[in-house]
Design a protein around this ligand. Sequence first.
Ligand code: MG
Length: 416
Amino acid sequence: MRLVVGAATDVGRVREGNEDGYLVDDSVGLVALADGMGGHLGGEVASATALEALRAAVRAGQPLRDAMLDANNAVFAKARTDSALTGMGTTLTAGTLAAGGTLILAHVGDSRGYLLRDGELRRLTTDHSHVQELVDDGQLTDDEAAVHPMRNIVTRALGIDETVDVDVYPVELRVDDRVLLCSDGLTDMVHEDVIAAELRREPDPAVAAHKLVDRANAAGGVDNITVVVVAVNDGPSTSSGGSSEASSVELAPSVAPMVAEALLVDEPEPGKATRDRPPDDPGRRGRRVKTAIWVLAVVAVLGVAVGAIAWYARNTYYVGFDGNAVTVYQGVPGGLLVWDPTVDRRTTLSRGDLRAADAAAVADEKTFSSLDDANAFVARLRAHAVEAATTTTTSPAPTTTTVAPEAPTTTTIAGP
Ligand code: MG
């Protein structure tokens, strides 16, 4: 099995700078793609910093998940040193080839990893984005999400917080597979069916990468576009970088211990007995399946923890002021991790309508565990406001409107 990599990046037709970046490091079997954000300068610095830190960590022998955390630290630390870089962040999707033909994919953000196998394109990664949550919730279809105005809001990125949750996916590669990593500048512009057709048609990964970039530009190129294509070819690895494909790089298995070290715990040293062993040796397969299940269980537990926080952040509501308008927000006041509160609805009640005690409760941003409870609270505020208005301004008319002219009063000062 030989892996041949081709890649392309382009600024697109609208943006002034390219905040995307990628790296292919054949010495450690690493491919990665980053899409920076946080202003022109911040975005470029964030993606470049993340990729360099990732490369250094993998070269130093770190497992891929730890290397992703190193990249997070590097971006986070740099963002704190320079006010021009405050708030910068980046997506990062990376793959390392471990011994035995397993590709370990690690992922944060809304760039994507895909697998083309037997002509079918499958998404390997889950977007960490607001619209993906709506898709998971059944509120949007994939096609609706692809054109949704909020599709660029990410819920997880590198460099935003001191730590980050990294998704890790092991992929058992087969000959003729194609793995695609791409930034949203491709997937926002080009339908997955067209991407699949292009990958099926073009065998050379470098040519395929350039053609996909051209497709995105032809469709408008509104964002930076970056594409990395990995072709899994037949035949023994040459490991000398002697790839026959022009401008493609052959990827050798990583020398670094990957997250897959648990997955491949019984794997012989690369090149020792691997090729002599029948690939379907039941003992080996059984162990691999068991360890794979263990790894997936750990990933699932982490996923559940992140999911619980996300659930809490998105299933909490509070009532506060937006300016003077009483407003119902979805989320936790001040936000939780990367989940910032969003406006659910702005009511017609304003600060001046409220009783003092109610205004104080709203200013305190009282939280509720459901939208119904938040709405019931607003209804109570409205009832109090109406009550207050009734007693002060529309009280029975006669006493206020028919007041007789005040009788002239005379003060008599006794003369001397
Ligand atoms: Mg982008």
